[in-house]
Design a protein around this ligand. Structure first.
Ligand SMILES: Nc1ncnc2c1ncn2[C@@H]1O[C@H](COP(=O)(O)OP(=O)(O)O)[C@@H](O)[C@H]1O
Ligand SMILES: [Mg+2]
Length: 150
């Protein structure tokens, strides 16, 4: 599925729609260049999960965890510039298998082997300064349930 957004606010709104559909156990991989809008989209997803805290890029800590609605946890990873994910790969492996956690991953190439096949992959491309084209692909049943209806 291809979705076009025309502004940062529209990106957040799309993220909130996506986030509202999540029930826990989903893994969302965000693909795109620096500045594409991966973290902005994550802020929207967090809003859809009723996260109160301010979502910040986890670039330096690799992961950040937020309390969300319905007892869910949002785990946000960013593996930018990591040649080797080290123990964070194990951490991700546990998180991604947890039914009460929604896992969002930026720059997941280095942990490709740990990411489940059944994940929602959102590839973001900047088509102008404020416009983005999003390709949304579901890898299996769980992620397809999220994609259908978006
Ligand atoms: N439509 C849009 N969607 C998302 N971000 C946008 C959009 N238009 C402009 N921007 C800007 O692009 C930047 C995206 O940054 P960020 O979300 O941190 O990207 P990434 O995590 O992919 O590196 C922000 O400065 C944001 O204000
Ligand atoms: Mg980012």
């Amino acid at each position: 599925m291809i979705i076009n957004v025309n502004s940062e606010d529209e990106m957040k709104a799309f993220g909130a729609t996506l986030g509202a559909r999540l029930v826990g156990g989903e893994v969302i991989e965000l693909v795109g260049d620096v500045g594409a809008g991966k973290t902005t989209l994550t802020k929207g997803i967090a809003a859809g999960l009723a996260v109160d805290d301010d979502v910040q890029s986890p670039s330096f800590t690799i992961s950040r965890v937020y309390q969300a609605r319905d007892g869910l946890t949002l785990a946000h990873y960013d593996f930018y510039r990591l040649g080797d994910a080290g123990i964070m790969a194990d951490d991700l492996g546990e998180t991604a298998g947890d039914e009460m956690t929604v896992t969002v991953v930026e720059w997941g190439g280095v942990v490709e082997g740990v990411l489940p096949i059944d994940r929602l992959t959102v590839t973001i491309q900047a088509t102008s300064e404020s416009e983005r084209s999003l390709s949304v692909v579901a890898g299996g049943e769980k992620s397809r349930k999220v994609e259908v209806g978006l």
